[in-house]
Design a protein. Structure first.
Length: 312
């Protein structure tokens, strides 16, 4: 499609409003999709010929996600600088926290989490992938963009790749339907995690939740005290409850003390536990029942990771 043809494509106000509110690009005609794609690239200063975005269906909606070309160009355009990369290795995952800033001086922190079983079990490549994931998420965040990066697509069960011809906007493969697992003879259905979450999945969710809070001050002594007591509730009565708590937080977050956790992660963990005063009038705090089950499951995994299974 020529530039003149693209410029002549009309996008009525109702269609634009529908797309902006729903975020569903399938509502556009094929020529309108071409125009939308080019307008997005133009507004960001990206070269559309490098195909910086691709299409997926997510929750039944056709949308764009950012490829390596997009984040590489954005890092250059906005002078995104990486200030620090912190890698935490657990028994099953690499957790990478990346700090950086852009040319306006705005600072941010993002996290990349990758399972060691990724990359055919090559842990060196899995670690590099986690670093790359963190850097790309940081770039998109510093540029004020809420798009998913291509390293995140594979971790979302409901995401379905869609092939759209760049020149025409025609959808070639990929059906725009509500995401339901497809059962075939050769491909097993994808079952999303349901509660109670496994410790590894829970860790990833807590880090993602913490990232949504942005920059936060360090947790107060009151918050840390509350979190410490709540983390020991499932082990109340055990003389080693405090040691168990320390083992659990080290397994989950790679730190020796709650004071080493940043404010956002402390808040995310408290939000997960949902502490509230008991209804029996005792004035004591209790935590969410499902959260208590999930918390209890961390201790056995922490023992296995430290080679102390015999204590189970």
């Amino acid at each position: 499609m020529s530039d003149k043809m693209i410029e002549s494509v009309h996008m009525d106000a109702t269609t634009i409003e529908q797309v902006l509110i729903s975020g569903d690009l399938s509502k556009l005609t094929a020529p309108q999709r071409v125009q939308y794609y080019q307008k997005v690239c133009q507004s960001l200063g990206l070269n559309p010929f490098t195909k910086p975005f691709e299409y997926i269906t997510l929750n039944g909606k056709l949308t764009l996600y950012a490829k390596k070309d997009a984040t590489d160009q954005l890092r250059n355009l906005h002078s995104v600088n990486i200030d620090d990369v912190d890698i935490v290795e657990t028994a099953t995952q690499f957790i990478v926290k990346v700090k950086g800033h852009n040319k306006e001086g705005r600072a941010d922190v993002e996290v990349g989490v990758v399972n060691k079983t990724d990359m055919q079990g090559n842990t060196a490549n899995a670690q590099m992938k986690a670093v790359t994931k963190g850097k790309r998420r940081l770039t998109l965040s510093l540029c004020g963009l809420g798009w998913l990066d291509e390293t995140e697509i594979e971790t979302i069960p409901s995401a379905r790749p869609v092939t759209v011809v760049p020149e025409t906007g025609e959808i070639v493969t990929g059906e725009i339907v509500d995401p339901e697992p497809t059962v075939t003879k050769s491909v097993a259905p994808i079952t999303p995690q349901v509660r109670p979450f496994t410790p590894d999945h829970l860790r990833e969710l807590l880090y993602k939740k913490a990232n949504t809070y942005g920059d936060m001050p360090a947790a107060s002594d009151k918050q840390i005290g509350l979190l410490a007591s709540m983390l020991e509730l499932p082990f109340a009565g055990d003389p080693d409850a405090t040691k168990i708590r320390h083992s659990c937080i080290k397994y989950m977050f790679g730190v020796e003390s709650l004071k080493e956790m940043d404010g956002a992660l402390v808040k995310a963990t408290l939000d997960w536990l949902k502490p509230e005063k008991a209804k029996d009038g005792s004035g004591e705090y209790v935590i969410d029942a499902l959260s208590s089950r999930e918390l209890s499951s961390i201790w056995p995994e922490a023992l296995k990771a430290s080679g102390r299974q015999e204590l189970l």
